[in-house]
Design a protein around this ligand. Structure first.
Ligand code: GRF
Length: 203
């Protein structure tokens, strides 16, 4: 299965996917990496792994529709079948998602549905929760609202600041994302008809 990974930043989750895909028994490969931020370190990680790295800068496109058309072009040029968002900081429209229906995944640094959107770890600290974590989910047109595939929990410790908690969550993200990609691309989980939940499929 050919993955396209969309990024905007450091790309440590991309790195985890690249390393998983390098294993012989992993059912996917990273076919291309696309960043909307020209300076994203994720691009460098892709190049080091020998993967096509493309910049599609949202600021260079007059409309969101133009931006998404360019994204689609980049993904299609690499024959991408599934899309993984990995620290990709733009919302995708229902129109774009329709081209990859049921085949777009995202990772988010909270136990959704708690704390969607920006600064999830800060939100968790401010709310005073004692357990935090990360979620991989199918992407719909909302912000971090799609059907949940997998989650991992970490404790929030009394002295945690945003950086310490983020690092603890990030370590789990790197473990969880490849696991969830495997479940999804092998059809072990699918979105149910209402697209609100994940259904396990008997194999
Ligand atoms: C991660 O915390 C991810 O959950 C969130 O953005 C961050 C990206 O980090 N969506 P990286 O670029 O993968 O290092």
């Amino acid at each position: 299965v050919r993955l396209g990974v969309l990024v905007s930043g450091s790309g440590s989750n991309l790195q985890a996917l690249l390393e998983a895909c390098a294993r012989e028994d992993f059912p996917a490969q990273v076919a291309c990496v696309v960043s909307n931020v020209p300076t994203a370190f994720a691009l460098e990680r892709a190049r080091r792994a020998g993967v096509t790295a493309t910049v599609v800068d949202h600021q260079a496109h007059a409309t969101k529709a133009d931006f998404e058309r360019a994204l689609l072009d980049a993904l299609r040029a690499a024959n991408v079948e599934w899309v993984c968002l990995a620290g990709f900081m733009r919302l995708l429209s229902a129109d774009f998602l329709g081209h990859y229906a049921g085949r777009v995944l995202n990772i988010h640094p909270s136990l959704l549905p708690a704390f969607p959107g920006l600064h999830a770890q800060r939100q968790a600290l401010e709310r005073g929760v004692k357990v935090a974590g990360c979620t991989v989910h199918f992407v719909d047109a909302g912000t971090d609202t799609g059907p949940i595939i997998a989650q991992a929990a970490v404790p929030v410790l009394p002295d945690d600041d945003e950086q310490a908690l983020s690092a603890r969550i990030l370590a789990e993200e790197h473990r969880l994302y490849p696991l969830a990609v495997r479940l999804a691309v092998t059809g072990k989980v699918v979105q149910d008809a209402a697209r609100t939940r994940v259904a396990a499929r008997a194999t």
